[in-house]
Design a protein around this ligand. Structure first.
Ligand code: PXP
Length: 265
């Protein structure tokens, strides 16, 4: 192999990292008073203008934030890919098949939880999830499974035929306040899981709880190609506006992915 000339930097390949903006909590605020303000569709338009690559919305079984009409309006008026998050139920499957979003992310759901607290147990719910993955895939909808950084779940996702997994970053984000050791431990778990998933041929996404403080170390994991971020962006928008919060997180993601020059020894 030819020697690398002394002054030539070796530039790592710049891999794209997509940002999906989750607009659920615009609907949470709207629903606190009823009526139509603030409108999740308007938030989706702003997100598109601010550089989002996709819009994510979770139609929960109890409709606590996004409602059926929101999904219909998003499909009708937004040209960005819609990532429709749903529980593995027949009701949600038929809604997904009716609206045909670009992607479906299958998530666990418990009515009493405040948010999606952990990943799917794809291994033990194999029989419930398998027909959902198959029917969505047959309809040409890209399916991802929201799972923890756990080898058994990656193996189950692969066996289920899901082309994509989204790694739950909640525990990692919570570890930010527990000091650098715990935080790095959780980041490593995600990095190793991402590498393992990619070795199985799965496309790797990540999300949940990400903030300005926690996004960069995750964005630096080269196998991850999409991040889905919602609550922090909507909360931050109260102070700086939605376009600014999205542009800021986008910039942090881009900085994490910027080509790195490595000088030869
Ligand atoms: N990805 C998935 C699968 C989710 O369920 C959620 C939360 O709805 C997110 C990402 C976004 O999480 P957060 O709102 O905490 O950024």
């Amino acid at each position: 192999m030819a020697a690398v000339p002394e002054e030539t930097p070796i530039v790592s390949p710049h891999r794209p990292l997509r940002l999906g903006v989750n607009i659920d909590h615009v609907a949470t605020i709207r629903n606190a008073r009823g009526g139509g303000h603030p409108d999740p569709l308007r938030a989706a338009r702003l997100a598109a203008a601010a550089g989002a690559d996709g819009i994510t919305a979770h139609l929960r079984e109890d409709r606590r934030h996004i409602g059926d009409a929101d999904i219909a309006r998003l499909r009708e008026h937004i040209s960005l890919p819609l990532n429709f998050e749903m529980a593995a139920t027949r009701e949600m499957l038929s809604i997904a098949l009716r609206h045909r979003p670009h992607a479906v992310c299958v998530v666990p759901e418990r009515r009493e939880e405040r948010t999606t607290e952990g990943g799917l147990d794809a291994a033990s719910q194999f029989d419930q999830i398998a027909p959902i993955v198959r029917e969505l895939g047959d309809a040409g909808i890209r399916v991802s499974l929201f799972i923890g950084a756990d080898k058994e779940q990656f193996d189950a996702a692969k066996a289920l035929g899901a082309p994509v997994v989204e790694i739950h970053t909640g525990t990692y984000c919570e570890a930010f306040d527990s000091g650098p050791g715990a935080f790095e431990f959780e980041r490593m778990r995600i990095a190793e899981a991402a590498a393992y998933g990619a070795s199985l041929g799965l496309e790797i996404h990540a999300g949940h709880g990400l903030t300005y403080d926690t996004v960069k170390p995750i964005a630096m994991i080269p196998e991850i190609v999409e991040l889905n971020i919602g609550h922090f962006l909507i909360g931050e928008a109260i102070f700086v506006g939605l376009e600014t919060s999205i542009r800021q997180i986008r910039q942090l993601m881009d900085e994490a992915r910027a080509p790195v020059s490595v000088q030869p020894e």
